[in-house]
Design a protein around this ligand. Structure first.
Ligand code: UTP
Length: 235
């Protein structure tokens, strides 16, 4: 079993198509951790999802600046984390770490840790990379609403192809080609933002991006299986 891992769960995965909290999905996700005997250090970083975007849009309509909008995204990602902790019950550390110092303290308890955003100007993917670097985890798993990274937007193009592996340089090209003006706005940081790319380059972290909509692939990963549908990003 994996010694140290960091898992980023996109906030959108916590909600149903009808914009309701997906309670069954949240329980299913936590169950994967509960039912397998494990030891080691596991940190889950949870995103803000739709609910964060609703608040960010409201603040923007009041002419709030992007940094203020980001603080709403951070707060909502921490609320989502608190919700996951309540589903984990005794399996999780009861507080959401809000700084790396608080994370250091939480690590002493040997339980699953769930946390959200840290500071404005980045996404929770950057937080996940910062945490992976900080705890020296073997790899980072990013659970998103598609099966990995594609050569073009799979939500817009039917012929988009899943990329099985990517180097950091290839990932950078994809990010640069796909980012529009809004890429660095609150609530708009895509799977990888500029900060995450910088941390990736200096830390040489291995990442697997896989579906969190259908948790089958993640279960396989958790059981230590190798044949997983995902995109592997490495140096
Ligand atoms: P994310 O955009 O990372 O959430 O954080 P998400 O729901 O996981 O995104 P998807 O589903 O993967 O696309 C929500 C917002 O919170 C702010 C940003 O505005 C971000 O868009 N945030 C988050 C920060 O400002 N700093 C952080 O450290 C994390």
């Amino acid at each position: 079993m994996i010694g140290k891992s960091v898992i980023k769960i996109g906030g959108s995965l916590l909600f149903t198509k009808d914009k309701e909290l997906d309670i069954i999905k949240i329980q299913e996700f936590c169950q994967i951790f509960k039912k397998i005997e494990y030891s080691g250090t596991h940190v889950i970083v949870c995103g803000g999802g739709r609910i964060a975007r609703v608040y960010i849009d409201a603040v923007r309509s009041f002419h709030g600046n992007e940094a203020l909008c980001d603080t709403f995204g951070i707060d909502l990602s921490q609320i989502n984390s608190k919700l996951l902790i309540s589903s984990f019950q005794d399996f999780a550390y009861p507080l959401v770490p809000k700084t790396m110092e608080e994370l250091s303290l939480a690590l002493l308890f040997g339980k699953i840790i769930v946390m959200g955003g840290l500071q404005p100007g980045q996404s929770t993917t950057s937080v996940a990379l910062e945490v992976t670097e900080f705890i020296q985890a073997e790899e980072l798993v990013i659970l998103t609403d598609v099966e990995g990274i594609y050569d073009k937007d799979p939500k817009k193009f039917n012929d988009a192809k899943l990329l099985k592996s990517l180097t950091y340089a290839e990932l950078q090209d994809i990010i640069i080609n796909s980012s529009g003006d809004k890429q660095a706005a609150a609530g708009e940081y895509r799977i990888f933002d500029a900060v995450s790319l910088q941390i990736l380059k200096r830390s040489k972290i291995k990442i697997r991006v896989m579906s969190g909509k259908d948790l089958k692939e993640f279960e396989k990963f958790w059981r230590g299986e190798e044949d997983i549908t995902c995109t592997v990003i490495s140096d």
